[in-house]
Design a protein around this ligand. Structure first.
Ligand SMILES: [Zn+2]
Ligand SMILES: [Zn+2]
Length: 332
């Protein structure tokens, strides 16, 4: 019995007649999280975690037809039992568990096991069939702890500020940006925000989150911004907006920054390997601990990782071809 399969609209559950993170308009869409490759426009009915609801409204302008659910809350769609569980990827991100006739399937969405101090920490959900992403599904990816990355960021900001130079950290507006802000040491200096980051923060404030930082508007005098931390999305690179904030040093925050050469190719002064995704070790830990009998691998290194799962663990490993692309990690 296959509870999930891929068709031209997305990941489909035939028994329940619903989709998960579909890429074409469908009637019922369960949404794992608010990144644009997973949450698309045009669904008649969206179901997502409560904290994803304001993100959905902000990004898609959807007012009706959105149903927020709590983690662990069990509901039933056409006889399929469904529940959302923390994925540890970004605020509101969920793994989706489906149970039908005693068999359990789990779609991780994007996820990471290591707590980031902002999003709800990943919880282990045991299953028979695991559908996992594999963005960093190569042994070369072994991320340092988030605590050490945050410490490195603050050290760099401190030394730049001592020279009167601004520090620009580029990170995706939903996820990375909140992690950076939440761990920035405000005793070093002021924090300023790109409008895209401030928009997300404002949306998240509707569900109880508060983040430091002042939005940079036309009214903010540029000579007041000295020794500051500026948080902006990668799309701010090479814009007049960014040039108006000189003098600055700039860094990219992405898991890809772990590899030598990535920083230089991006044309930034530094790279911090801050990731919203599992590294190789975490992917393997998830596969083992879920006790899945079969693993389906999606976006990332799916060929490599599904082969590894078969050979290393002697369990079923195959590929789900999806259209997720993880723009949030800004592949270089
Ligand atoms: Zn994502
Ligand atoms: Zn993704």
């Amino acid at each position: 019995m296959n509870l999930l399969s891929v068709n031209e609209y997305g990941l489909y559950c035939k028994q329940g007649d619903f989709y998960i993170d579909p890429w074409k308009p469908v009637r019922t869409a369960l949404i794992t999280h608010g990144h644009s490759d997973h949450m698309r426009w045009g669904m008649s009915h969206y179901i997502c975690h409560h904290h994803t609801v304001p993100i959905l409204r902000l990004r898609l302008g959807v007012e009706n037809s959105v149903q927020g659910v709590a983690y662990e809350e069990v509901m039933e769609i056409n006889g399929v039992k469904i529940s959302f569980h923390p994925a540890g990827h970004i605020i509101g991100s969920a793994q989706i568990r489906m149970e039908y006739q005693g068999e359990v399937w789990l779609f991780t969405g994007d996820y990471k096991l290591e707590p980031d101090g902002v999003s709800q920490t990943y919880t282990l959900v045991k299953c028979d069939h695991l559908i996992t992403e594999s963005t960093f599904g190569l042994p070369v990816y072994h991320f340092p702890s988030n605590a050490s990355i945050y410490a490195d960021m603050n050290d760099w900001w401190r030394s730049n500020a001592a020279e009167g130079i601004n520090t620009v950290l580029l990170g995706y507006a939903l996820g990375k940006a909140q992690n950076i802000i939440a761990h920035a040491d405000e005793s070093i200096g002021p924090i300023f925000l790109h409008g895209a980051v401030d928009n997300v923060n404002n949306a998240l404030s509707e569900v109880g989150y508060t983040f430091a930082g002042t939005r940079i508007t036309a009214d903010v005098k540029r000579d007041q911004i000295r020794g500051a931390l500026i948080v902006a999305p990668p799309s701010a690179m090479d814009t007049p907006w960014l040039r108006s904030l000189k003098p600055y040093r700039i860094a990219m925050c992405s898991g890809w920054m772990q590899l030598r050469g990535a920083r230089r190719r991006k044309g930034v002064d530094r790279g911090f390997p801050l990731s919203d995704h599992c590294d190789w070790r975490q992917l393997n830990q998830a596969v083992v601990q879920t006790q899945a009998k079969h693993v389906y691998v999606t976006h990332g290194y799916e060929h490599n990782f599904s082969k590894w799962v078969r050979e290393e663990y002697g369990i079923g490993g195959s590929i789900f071809k999806t259209l997720y692309n993880d723009a949030e990690e800004e592949n270089v």
